[in-house]
Design a protein around this ligand. Structure first.
Ligand SMILES: NC(=O)c1ccc[n+]([C@@H]2O[C@H](COP(=O)([O-])OP(=O)(O)OC[C@H]3O[C@@H](n4cnc5c(N)ncnc54)[C@H](OP(=O)(O)O)[C@@H]3O)[C@@H](O)[C@H]2O)c1
Length: 294
């Protein structure tokens, strides 16, 4: 087949595929079946550059460039979910770039959780798209010296609070209608253990800014849960354990101490998300399923 004939065939096939996805028109299907022997009607719809399966659930991840966020994107994509993976610089994440090449049901977008304009633009782009699981995975630990009593840097707190406390609230507020429109209606925040009264007794001191930001995150998510319970929203606050990511290294966790791989932890958290029931909404749940009082 010469080049031009090959190109024309490719363009025609692409056109047939697009029309089938959009309309599932019987005429087009019969035509396609007759000409190419294609069976069945694709149940996909175009979302940005991705082909979302309208019969599959959808996950939205804030902060998916690396660590746990990237693992969630990988594992949900492998399970056949539609994945909206957002990051400050998705183009710089090799993991995300590989994922979007491998999976037609993954779409990437730029979103800094501290930027209202980013969040609003993304919410507008995906307006009307049901989101079954919204995962707030963006987070930072921050400089240790700046959050040690005696050398507290009060300006440093602002940024940590913006990312860890305001970020999940901002993203959740912007996308709550998408979550309400879904079947599962789950909003997940990662971590929280360091923001509890318990850890004041159990953990050594320090880490003021991270712990204060997580305490604020806990209380804000509990309020969101209270306000949206009647609409079926379930807020899952899930502690992923000590996970081998940049954040754990930033926290000063000794390299030889026990930790989970991001792959294993994400798998456990996904299991907890699957088992979330309204009764667990607003509770802090460990990755192994235990509820942690706060
Ligand atoms: N690792 C643990 O042991 C542990 C324990 C408890 C809770 N957590 C929580 O788990 C979540 C994921 O952390 P991780 O362990 O996977 O850490 P990580 O590997 O350091 O990943 C942090 C992620 O957050 C993103 N991020 C940071 N600031 C952002 C912003 N302003 N807007 C959007 N994204 C932003 C980073 O993106 P960039 O590439 O753009 O920086 C990165 O993708 C965090 O919320 C953390 O608090 C982790």
């Amino acid at each position: 087949m010469d080049f031009f004939a090959g190109s024309r065939l490719r363009i025609f096939l692409r056109y047939v595929g697009r029309v089938m996805r959009r309309s599932c028109s019987p005429v087009v299907i019969v035509l396609a079946l007759a000409i190419f022997g294609i069976s069945g009607c694709a149940t996909t719809t175009e979302v940005g550059q991705a082909n979302f399966d309208t019969t599959a659930p959808t996950v939205f991840i804030a902060g998916s460039s690396r660590g746990l966020g990237l693992e969630f994107a990988r594992q949900y994509a492998a399970r056949g979910w539609n994945v909206i993976a957002t990051a400050r610089r998705p183009e710089a994440s090799e993991g995300l770039q590989a994922l979007v090449t491998e999976h037609p049901n993954v779409v990437l977008d730029i979103m800094d959780v501290t930027k209202q304009a980013d969040v609003e633009r993304v919410a507008a782009r995906f307006s009307g798209q049901p989101i079954d699981v919204l995962i707030n995975s963006a987070g930072i630990w921050g400089d240790l010296q700046a959050q040690t009593f005696g050398t507290l840097d009060y300006d440093a707190y602002q940024w940590i609070y913006e990312v860890n406390a305001l970020g999940p609230l901002r993203v959740t507020e912007a996308l709550i209608e998408n979550v309400k429109a879904s079947e599962q209606k789950k909003v997940i925040t990662l971590g929280g253990g360091m923001g509890t009264r318990r850890t004041v007794e159990q953990a050594p001191g320090g880490h003021y800014w991270y712990r204060m930001s997580r305490a604020a995150n806990l209380i804000s998510m509990a309020i969101v849960q209270r306000e949206n319970k009647k609409q079926g929203i379930i807020i899952g606050i899930i502690s992923p354990g000590k996970v081998d990511t940049r954040m754990l290294a930033d926290s000063g966790w000794p390299a030889h101490f026990k930790k989970l791989s991001a792959k294993d932890s994400a798998g456990y958290v996904i299991e907890q998300i699957a088992q979330l029931t309204p009764e667990k909404g607003g509770e802090l749940i460990n990755y192994d399923g235990n509820v942690i009082g706060w």
